[in-house]
Design a protein around this ligand. Sequence first.
Ligand code: C2E
Ligand code: MG
Ligand code: MG
Length: 567
Amino acid sequence: MIRSKQIQRPQLVLVVDDHEINRDAIGVILEDDYEVIYAENGKEALELINTHVDALSLVLLDLMMPIMTGFEVLDIVQHDERLKSIPIIVLTADKSAELEALQMGAADFITKPFDMPEVILARVGRIIELSEGRALINAAEHDRMTMLYSRNFFFEYASRLYHYHPELRFDAVVINIEQFHSINALNGREFGNEVLRTLGDEIRCFLAETDGIASRIEADRFEIYCAKQPDYRAMLARFQERVNRISPKVKIQLRMGVKPWKEGVDPVLLFDRARTACNLVRGDFQNPLMIYDEELRHKELMNQRLLNDLLTATVEQHFRVYYQPKYNIKCNPPRLSSAEALIRWDHPELGLISPAKFVPLFEGNGLIGIVDSYVWQEAARQVAEWKEKYDFVLPVSVNISRSDVFDPTLEERLISLVEDNRLEYENIKLEVTESAYTDNAKHVLDVIGRLRGLGFEIEMDDFGSGYSSLNMLSDMPFDVLKMDMKFIRNIENSETDRRLVSLILDIARYLDVKVVAEGVETEGQLEILKNGSCDLVQGYYFSRPLPPEEFEKLIEREIELASLRKE
Ligand code: C2E
Ligand code: MG
Ligand code: MG
C-alpha cells in the first residue's frame, strides 16, 4: 500500500548556520526524510524564506551569525503576517539564549553540538506536524474572505468569554447589508466580495480599538461580540461611511441590530435577539438601527404566543367577525349600502385583540389564509342569514391578503363560497390592498381580473399608501377605490390634504370608479367629502365595527327608512 505521505513531495526545510560543518551535520540527519536547503547567514536566510514562503515547512536557525543574526531573523519573521506561520527551531550552544529565542516566537530549540540524530529527527517531525495542524485549524477558524472568525469558532470563543470572563459584559451586534443579492446580481460577485472584504476590514479596525471578536456568520451577516459602545448610531455610521466609499455609483445600505448584555443571557440567545432587532429594520432606510429592549421582547413573546394559539383559536372558534357599515352619501339621508367584515380575536386570556396585532404577523408567514378563510365563510353565511331574516341583501366586503392572491385554489374557494350560500357574486365584495397590486403585477392583475369577470366587485383598499402610478392604475381591474384613512384625518385643517382628496376624487372619475372614504369621524370631514362628490363613507362618524347582533339594528333602521320613503 502506498501511504499518502510517500506520494507527496518531501517537506522543505531550511538550515541556517554560518559554519559549514554544522550545516552538513544537520543535512546528513535530515536528507533522507526532507528536502533541505541551506543559508549561511540571516540575510540569505530571509531571502530564501521569502522565495519559498508557501513551500517551507520549517527553518532551523542558528542564532549567532555574521551579517544578520538569528535573533534579527526571528524578529522580522514574527512581525510579518505572511511569514509568521512558518515554524522556527533555533540551534544554539548557549543555554541562556534558549529562553529568549522561545519568547521571541521560536517553536523549539536544539542544542549544539548535535549528538543524537534520532532526537533531532523527532523534534523536527513533531514541530512540522504541530504547525500543519495549526494551519488547518487556522483555515477553519477564519472566513477566508474577511479573515474574521468563522461561525462555529466565533460561537465557541464567545461562549468561552461569557463563561470565563463574566466581568466583560459584552453586547451582541448584528450587521446586515440591505438587498445584498441585488448588489451581487447588478454589479457582479467580485464587487459583492469587495463589499464584504471592506466591511470585514473596517470591523477588524474597530476591534483593534475595542475589546471583542467578530464573525462573518454567513453571506452578508456579520456578528460582533464586543464591549458596550457609548453610541451605536455612531458605530453604524462609521461602517456605513466606509462602505459608501467603495463606489459612488452603487448605494450600499447597512442595517444593525443590538442586544445589550444582560445577566444570565448567553451569547447564543443574545445574538438571536440582536438578529430579531436587525430583521425588524429590514428596508427601513430612515432608521436602520434597532436596539432590542424590553418592549421588543414583550412584542416578540406576544407574537410567539399568538402563533402558538392560532390553531386552538380556529378549533375553539375564538375569532369573531365584526361589521362596519358603508354609507352612500349621495343620498339624503345617507343610505346603508354595504359593510366590511373585520376580524377580531376574542382570546380567552388576552381579551379582544385587534387585527393590527396579528394580521401583519400572519401575513408574514402565510397563516393569514386560515383566518381569511374563516372570515369569508362567516361573512357569506351572515349575508345569507340576513337575506333570509330581513329579505334585505346587504353586500359585505372581505379583505383579501397578498398571500391569498397566490393561492391557486383562491378562485375555487370564492366560487363555492357564493354557491354554497346561494348568493349572487355581487353580494360579496373583495378588498385587495393597493400594495398587493404592485407586488407582482401580472399575476395579480390576471387573478383579480378573472374574479371581477365572475361578478365580484373589487375594491382597491388603502389607496394612496402604495406606489401605483397613474398609467398602472388604468390597467388595474377594480370597481371601487378605497381612499386611505391618512388622507381624511386632517382634511379639515390642511389645505394640502383637501387638495389631495379632491385629486383622488378626480382620478376616480377619470377611471370611472366609485370612491369610498375610510376613517371618517366628524361631520366636518363628511361635508367636505359630500361637496367633493365622494360616493361612499366608512368610519366612526356612522359607526364603529359592530358584532352582528348590534349591526342588525342598523339594518332594521334602514328597512324602516325605506318603508317611510315608500309611503
Ligand atoms: P382595513 O381593511 O383598511 O380596515 C379598516 C380599518 O379602519 C379597520 O381597522 C377599522 O376598524 C378602522 N376604522 C374604520 N373607521 C375608522 C375611523 O373612523 N377611525 C379610525 N381611527 N379607524 C377606523 P381594524 O378592524 O383594526 O383592521 C385593521 C386592518 O386589519 C384592516 O384595515 C385590514 O387591513 C386588516 N384586517 C382586518 N380584518 C381582516 C381580515 O379578515 N383579513 C385580513 N387579511 N385582514 C384584515
Ligand atoms: Mg379593508
Ligand atoms: Mg382600508
